[in-house]
Ligand binder design. Structure first.
Ligand code: EPZ
Length: 434
């Protein structure tokens, strides 16, 4: 297994280009098999979650041609298998999008229950509610979720919980249902809007994505399209926080500044200088930042996927901060890892009280990534801490960050990816004269 080894203390300086949005790409890849014509998807992030879903689509019979590292051509007309279960698909969250994508096309689909980061119980009751509202029968057995519908008929669906996954999944199914579907209390994240825009580019009739109410008029079938995925706002936010934490000066390119507004506002509030351009943001932090309060909320609020990163930044800031995680019930596990570096964080219920510690009193440590975003946050902590930090279980990080160590090195970070058994490499890194 690989791990990252990091020597802290260098400010990040330079330019970094953001990849396509993982959480848009997963919904779009699933949607691409709803047509019997060819679909070309560009600006895919080269991360393991995307490779897993692409392989699963190939294994049920779709034609999938890798045009280049970030572009695939997909044709769903050759799908013969509506039973999707393998060790890889069970690890990712987005496997359930195959249900919404194929239900309208085949009337019966069975997929392994979703995996994903261990950040809470992550039920799927809202997905089930939506499928049943459209006239489907749902059965969970042997670790599988099976959905069957002779005919999908539009309905008025009010979600009890604002759910990105359920919003996307039911939008997929309703696209080929008969008549109108109205969905309320929906997720408004940019990646939800991107999936809706993609479906509309295939001939779907979806209005209101990004607002509280989505209206869908079902269509008979979808045609092919060529589409480029939006930039990943969470990858962008992660580099913004890394620039701030290391007191650097970084231009983050290929972003949509509007998607980053909640992150930008919080960083400015604690003392960062941020310049916005058409498709880039520049983050400058030349002094120790101050404390603040953060509460994660559905978009356009502060994103839960940026909570570990901002919590880590605040552990170096002046004063006491409070971070409240209102989306997931178990997303502070990583603070136990940060405590190994000397961080002063106390978790009480769904809030973390963070007492800022000067950078020179936070020392490198060996830590394990508990999930995707927390793993990235531990790397950010290692970029700041005094001495050498090792972060293992980096498979989590590589699920959602393309070339994470390569991009960080291009900004001046002293970070390498090594085999955790390669003691010589660890010794060599530690003996390097800086
Ligand atoms: C998506 O997960 C993202 N994953 C997550 O990103 C992200 O943290 C999350 O949305 C929130 O923004 C993908 O898009 C692949 P939810 P999802 O359904 O869809 C509850 C990352 O780092 N809920 O919006 O699973 C749920 O328990 C990952 O890229 C129900 O109660 O999240 C949670 O408390 C981590 N019933 C809240 O809703 C349901 O049926 C939000 O979950 C569904 C969800």
């Amino acid at each position: 297994m690989n791990e990252y080894i990091i020597r802290g203390g260098r400010p990040l300086v330079g330019e970094v280009t953001i990849s396509g949005a993982k959480n848009a790409a997963l919904g779009i890849l699933a949607a691409s098999i709803m047509s019997d014509e060819s679909v070309i998807v560009e600006n895919l992030p080269d991360v393991s979650d995307i490779r897993v879903l692409t392989q699963a689509i190939r294994e049920i019979g779709a034609r999938v041609d890798q045009i280049d590292q970030h572009t695939v051509k997909i044709n769903g007309s050759t799908i013969t298998d509506y039973y999707v279960d393998n060790e890889y698909i069970r690890k990712i969250r987005a496997s359930y999008y195959i249900l919404g994508a194929l239900l309208g096309k085949n009337g019966y689909v069975e997929v392994a229950l979703p995996g994903g980061c261990n950040i809470g119980s992550r039920p799927i009751d809202q997905h089930i509610k939506g499928f049943e509202a459209l006239g489907a029968k749902v059965d969970i057995h042997n670790g599988m979720i099976a959905v069957q519908a002779d005919e999908l008929v539009g309905n008025h669906i009010y979600f009890d919980v604002t759910s990105v996954g359920a919003t996307i999944n039911i939008m997929l199914a309703a696209t080929l249902a008969k008549g109108q579907t109205i969905m309320e209390n929906v997720a408004k994240e940019p990646h939800v809007v991107d999936v809706a825009n993609f479906l509309n580019s295939m001939g779907a009739n979806i209005k209101g994505a990004g607002t509280d109410v989505i209206r869908i008029m079902g269509v008979e079938k979808l045609h092919g399209t060529e589409y480029s995925i939006i930039p990943d706002m969470i990858e962008a936010g992660t580099y913004m926080v890394a620039a701030a934490a290391t007191q650097g000066d970084v231009l983050i390119k290929n972003v949509i500044p509007k998607h980053l507004e909640a992150i930008t506002a919080k960083l400015v509030e604690i003392g960062c200088h941020i310049e916005e351009f058409g498709d880039a943001v520049r983050v400058i932090a030349k002094k120790r930042l101050s404390h603040t309060h953060v509460k994660t909320l559905p978009y356009p609020g502060f994103p839960t996927d940026m909570q570990p990163q901002i919590s880590t930044l605040l552990m170096f800031s002046e004063g006491t901060s409070v971070v409240t995680e209102s989306i997931f019930e178990n997303r502070f596990i990583f603070t136990d890892e940060l405590a190994k570096m000397g961080a002063q964080v106390k978790v009480e219920g769904n809030s973390a009280i963070i007492v800022g510690v000067p950078r020179d009193r936070v020392t490198g440590a060996k830590m394990s990534a508990p999930d995707l975003r927390a793993g990235a946050a531990l790397v950010v902590a290692g970029l700041v801490a005094d001495g050498v930090t090792i972060v293992n279980q980096i498979g989590y990080i590589e699920r959602g960050y393309e070339d994470f160590d390569i991009k960080m090195r291009s900004l001046g970070a002293d970070i390498e990816k090594i085999d955790e058994k390669d003691e010589k490499a660890i010794t060599r890194f530690k003996q390097q004269v800086v």
